[in-house]
Design a binder for this molecule. Structure first.
Ligand code: FAD
Length: 465
């Protein structure tokens, strides 16, 4: 028998966009239902941000231990360490479980109803959900679409067997001897570096002329140097063509048109993600598309009345914190608050070794936008804290307007710089000028002093270089 639920807000998808929208709507007293076909937490908590960072941390710790078996500046000496990879994966799964379970608790606290099952939109106000107990029909006054994204597949290398996506790469039963990563973007490199540190022989195959092509060369140079140090082979201008006959190698076409075989125990395909636009009834709705993603305005309103879309379904940047910010905003709009999505900065972090952070405009983007700019950077080589952490590679760079010194963008590359992203975004959102950053006391000794020094340098009086 079909059960019918009537509610004020229906959220389709319980990833970072959807679950945050549902929690905020619940906090605001809106009668809210969140439909999720898999585990709450979406890509991010289950097979994305969190598990990948857990694996990166485990790999870092293991590499450190290995490092201390040899000669090192710190005088630490260790016997040969070993890695119980099954235990590593189980530890990672435990973190995922704690976080996803926490969402269930937050739903209860905020009176959000969770309907477990795959939903199909029948029209702009109705969703049919296939649950374990039969079909549940949900009729809502407002709908928030948050179905997220899925990994892009290479037609000649369909997923299955040894050809895996990032999802499988996070739950392997052993560290692959030879791992080939197709795609030198942030997901491929984060995982490639982690596996190299855990003992895999890693090859990265990239069709473009360089890795991390969305960042400028100054930012990616320290990462490229680290890949080399880790023994990761990077083949640029190289196209993945398919599997060898025995399925044990990847066939590639190199820069000079030659075909080569790369022996691989696992082939990890990380050539991007695409909005999940199929399987939930989009074709029956009257939604305007922006290419392959759902078109939205600055309130995340779609072309249909009272239908909103958030997160990866709406395109780039496909980042969890963007999805969350959109979700929180849409819940408030439905509750009658005046909100628009007008963020100056959606910071992006690449958790490679070293890490890269970008917030606001790059020098190129600022020039393209017609600004007359000054660009200055301060190297971690001249930062005391970085020296004490053996983290002297990298820098903080500030892009500011020449006329009034308003900061337009901030970038950094270096060990642990992800934690500087908050300071960068805050400065941008508050419209800081170089003088504001230079005039703020930054605690000593911290890497954040490089941020202050970059501003001082731009003003012509850096103190430590
Ligand atoms: P999703 O998280 O994809 O959630 C969508 C949810 O909707 C899913 O749970 C899905 O099951 C559900 N759903 C879909 N269709 C239906 C349906 N018909 N019925 C019911 N439920 C449905 N981002 C960062 O910001 N930082 C990072 O460090 C980072 N690292 C990443 C690492 C990896 C390996 C990957 C793959 C991604 C990473 N991301 C990172 C990206 C991040 O995971 C996404 O941007 C984010 O999860 C998008 O959130 P979302 O809510 O839009 O969609």
């Amino acid at each position: 028998m079909t059960k019918t639920i009537e509610c004020k807000v229906l959220v389709l998808g319980g990833g970072p966009g959807g679950y945050i929208a549902a929690i905020r709507a619940g906090q605001l007293g809106l009668d809210t239902v969140c439909v999720e076909g898999a585990e709450l937490g979406g890509t991010c908590l289950n097979v994305g941000c969190i598990p990948s960072k857990a694996m990166i941390h485990a790999a870092d710790e293991f590499e450190k231990a290995v490092h201390f078996t040899g000669k090192n500046a710190l005088g630490i000496s260790l016997e040969k360490p070993s890695l119980d990879f099954k235990q590593t994966v189980a530890w990672k799964d435990g973190i995922v479980k704690r976080l996803t379970g926490g969402i269930g608790g937050l739903f209860k606290k905020n009176k959000v109803k969770h309907v477990a099952g795959w939903g199909t939109m029948v029209d702009g106000k109705t969703c049919e959900v296939a649950t374990e107990d039969g079909t549940v029909t949900i009729k809502a006054q407002h709908v928030i679409l948050a179905t997220g994204s899925v990994p892009v597949e290479i037609p000649s290398l369909p997923y299955g067997g040894n050809v895996i996506s990032s999802t499988e790469a996070l739950s392997l039963d052993k560290v692959p001897g030879k791992l080939t990563v197709i795609g030198g973007g942030y997901i491929g490199l984060e995982l490639g570096i982690a596996y190299a540190k855990m003992g895999s022989k890693v090859t990265v195959v990239e069709a473009l002329g360089r890795i991390l092509a969305q960042y400028d060369k100054d930012l990616t140079k320290p990462v490229a140097a680290s890949l080399k140090k880790l023994g990761i082979k990077v083949l640029t201008d190289t196209k993945a063509k398919g599997l060898s006959k025995d399925g044990k190698a990847l066939l590639v076409e190199t820069k000079d048109g030659n075909e080569e075989e790369i022996k691989s125990d696992k082939i990890l395909v990380t050539v991007g993600r695409r909005a999940k636009t199929e399987g939930w009834g989009l074709e029956g709705l009257d939604l305007t598309m922006n290419g392959r993603v759902v078109a939205i305005d600055d309130k995340c309103q779609t072309s249909m009345t009272d239908v909103y879309a958030i997160g990866d379904l709406t395109g780039e940047p496909m980042l969890a914190h963007r999805a969350m910010a959109q979700g929180e905003m849409v819940a408030e709009i439905i509750a009658g608050k005046k909100r628009t999505f007008d963020k100056v900065s959606i910071p992006a972090v690449c958790f490679t070794d070293p890490e890269i952070v970008t917030a606001g405009l790059s020098p190129e983007q600022a020039k393209e936008a017609g600004f007359d700019i000054k660009v200055d950077q301060f190297p971690f080589m001249a930062n005391g804290r970085a020296m004490t952490m053996e983290a002297e590679d990298g820098f903080v760079r500030i892009v500011a307007r020449n006329d009034n010194h308003v900061v337009l963008g901030i970038q950094a590359v270096g060990k642990g710089v992800s934690e500087l992203s908050a300071a960068f975004s805050l400065a941008l959102e508050m419209g800081a000028r170089l003088e504001d950053i230079a005039g703020t006391i930054h605690a000593h000794p911290t890497q954040s002093e490089a941020f202050q020094e970059a501003a001082l340098k731009s003003l012509g009086h850096a103190l430590h270089i």
